[in-house]
Design a protein around this ligand. Structure first.
Ligand code: KIV
Length: 293
């Protein structure tokens, strides 16, 4: 979305680091699912980032990110799991709750973790209901194509917006043979287009395309009435998503498709070393950090 046409264009800064909003400044208007379709129609790029806690969610929300995804990538990015596969609903709920509480403008999307939705539309609905009712999400995302169209249909009929996820689907990495670019050949590309259309037809409000060749993502973007959000899918998608730790340079390694827009990890390391040195040298706490009585 453009800066001038954002739902929060009259909005106030909301980070605890920002100055308080002047009196009378309205609370930013929430990004809603109809804004996603409007953004596509107007050719405005949608911004999406993962968030897993209130501290970062507040910063990303204030910075104007349109969609905060509480991804099951919490597993390999925050919880120390090797992949997303071990993540449970009970691990997701507090993270979604924290992000929903901290955001005032962004649409908050909760991932449904592996094993919590595949068995039936009813299982999917029950998990999605928990994400909305117990955690405050505005929408859910799950991985898979046309075979999950009934799941999407039931949730949509029940008032729950669904974001699809196609291409490389990390929960299926054992079947896919690791993290690999998908839909490279014509048949697989056609299948991807058909899957995306089936999800949109069932009511999906957007579709994430992960690690697919740019021309394939462009084709899906052209034929789909709802936005595509790419990650490793080239510049032709309606929007882009990154895992925030990749975006901010928190890790030693980032995937080829992710640009490091900062070196937050290095800065955190520097601050930590400085703190430890100051404590060891008894330079901290100084008088100004000390209560006399
Ligand atoms: O869990 C996640 O972070 C995701 C993104 C990679 C889209 O699904």
């Amino acid at each position: 979305m453009t800066e001038t046409d954002r739902p929060d264009s009259a909005g106030a800064p909301i980070s605890p680091a920002a100055p308080p909003a002047p009196e009378g400044v309205p609370v930013p208007k929430r990004v809603r699912v109809h804004h996603l379709r409007q953004a596509k129609e107007r050719g405005e790029a949608l911004t999406m980032l993962t968030a897993y806690d209130a501290v970062t969610a507040r910063i990303f929300d204030e910075a104007g990110i349109d969609i905060l995804l509480v991804g099951d990538s919490i597993g390999d990015n925050m919880l120390g799991h090797p992949t997303t596969i071990p993540v449970t609903v009970d691990e997701m709920i507090p993270a979604v709750r924290a992000v929903a509480r901290a955001s005032r403008r962004a649409l908050v999307v909760a991932d449904l973790p592996f094993g919590s939705y595949e068995a039936s539309p009813q299982q999917c609905l029950a998990t999605a209901v928990r994400m909305l009712k117990e955690a405050g999400a505005h929408a859910v995302k799950f991985e898979g194509g046309a075979h999950l169209a009934e799941h999407v249909r039931l949730l949509t009929r029940s008032g729950i917006p669904v974001v699809g996820h196609l291409g490389f689907t990390p929960q299926a990495e054992n079947l896919l043979g690791g993290k690999r670019v998908q839909a490279r050949d014509n048949d697989a590309a056609e299948q991807l287009v058909a899957d995306a259309l089936a999800l949109a037809d069932a009511g999906a409000v957007a579709v994430v395309l992960e690690m697919v060749p740019a021309p394939v993502a462009e084709r899906v973007t052209e034929v789909l009435p709802v936005p595509t959000i790419g990650i490793g899918a080239g510049p032709g998608c309606d929007g882009q998503v990154l895992v925030w730790t990749d975006m901010a340079g928190m890790t030693g390694w980032s995937p080829r498709f992710a640009q490091r827009f900062g070196e937050v990890g290095a800065e955190l390391y520097r601050a930590t070393r400085a703190y430890a040195r100051a404590v060891r040298e008894r330079a901290f706490p100084a008088p100004e950090h000390t209560y006399e009585r």
